[in-house]
Design a protein around this ligand. Structure first.
Ligand code: F6R
Length: 366
């Protein structure tokens, strides 16, 4: 059942190219220039009426929501909040009838996310669920549903569910941008074309495994690690950090790279592993200056940079080269080496990778 892999997590990491393909299938027009969501029968009037979006989720799904916010805001200029479900449900959120609620949950059963869904429906808001499980509570109770089609995810640590959630957010943002006319058709066609390349690029990103494995083995006895990045790289840093903590039990923190000097630099000491995500070209100079700051404190820096990078390499100890796509789509290829890092660190420490202590796959208690 593990298809020759030692753990479900490794199998599911490797299933990502196919999962991404399955998520895209049927959602791109024949001419390859538009997004089609047959499952959303939204007319122009409804699409135009949305004046605010609240994305509500827990854990890894919340991290996907952070990327969703950036992507939707960039393409549609609709203001988006990303909320942690266990906070949101008690926060008396400020919404109007034109606020769209998007809940995102792999299992479709997470208690806090479901409570938020029910509360917002009761208030009369339209709720869209992004979920992986057909027939789940979220799928049944939401007004609209977009499935991620990742296939069953067995490992407690979420991998292919996250990447397919990202794909759904890209598609959804493009769909809204087309309906609301906030993007020119060439930009939309270019992004759609780049999305179609992602299964192949995810496959290439998996080729980072040997470097990642070596790094993980070398640093498996450390008790702390930092992940830094700016913009979308920061959102993915949060996910990389959670994954590492969750299954290797190494304490990790993700920092917006520019925040380090606001209290954290003292913790950057000799030999501490810092994983620096450096894919956002418009922020690269700033990220590099943050890398230089941690290098000055003798951290060991592993960077994730584009395959054609010429700037990051000279400032770090080791580089993982990512297959080139649009900066905007970077999270899909960047997260894969980070999943592998958590995986190999967990294996090196002799942990039960697929069933980390004290965690359940679907959290149906509050
Ligand atoms: C982390 C992980 C959890 C889940 C969270 C939400 O690897 O799996 O953080 O993402 O419990 O679960 P869903 O998406 O099922 O609502």
């Amino acid at each position: 059942e593990k298809g020759g892999y030692e753990h479900f997590m490794l199998k599911e990491i490797h299933e990502q190219p196919k999962a991404i393909q399955d998520t895209l299938t049927g959602r791109i027009s024949e001419d390859g220039k538009h997004v089609v969501f047959n499952e959303l029968d939204w007319d122009q009037n409804y699409a135009n009426s949305i004046n605010q979006i609240h994305i509500v989720a827990c854990g890894t799904s919340w991290h996907a929501g952070l990327v969703g916010k950036a992507v939707i805001e960039k393409l549609t200029r609709i203001p988006v909040n990303v909320e942690i479900a266990s906070e949101y449900r008690y926060a008396d959120p400020i919404v109007s009838k034109d606020t769209l609620i998007v809940v995102i949950t792999q299992s479709g059963e997470t208690a806090d996310t479901m409570a938020a869904l029910r509360e917002m429906k009761k208030r009369g808001n339209r709720v869209l669920a992004i979920t992986n499980v057909v027939g789940s509570s979220a799928a049944r109770e939401a007004d609209d549903v977009l499935f991620t089609w990742a296939g069953p995810e067995i490992s407690v640590a979420s991998t292919k569910a996250y990447t397919t959630q990202l794909i759904v957010f890209y598609l959804f943002a493009l769909f809204l941008a087309e309906k609301r006319n906030t993007c020119d058709s060439q930009t939309i066609a270019d992004i759609v074309a780049a999305l179609r390349q992602l299964p192949e690029l995810a496959e290439k990103s998996l080729e980072s495994a040997p470097i990642v494995q070596q790094f993980a083995q070398q640093y498996a006895d450390k008790e702390d690690a930092f992940f830094i990045g700016r913009g979308l790289d920061f959102s993915v840093s949060l996910e990389g950090s959670l994954k590492l903590k969750e299954i290797s039990y190494i304490h990790a923190e993700a920092y917006a790279a520019g925040e380090l000097k606001h209290g954290t630099l003292a913790l950057i000491v000799e030999g501490i592993p810092v994983i620096a995500l450096a894919t956002q070209t418009h922020l690269l100079e700033k990220t590099i200056s943050n890398i230089v700051e941690v290098k000055a404190r003798d951290a060991f820096v592993l960077a994730l940079a584009w395959e054609d990078d010429t700037q990051v390499e000279s400032t770090v100890d080791e580089v993982i080269r990512l297959p080139r796509t649009l900066d905007f789509l970077a999270p899909v290829v960047t997260v894969i080496p980070l999943q592998l890092l958590a995986y190999y660190a967990s294996v090196a420490r002799g942990n039960d990778v697929d069933k980390p202590r004290n965690l359940a796959k679907s959290v149906t208690v509050e």
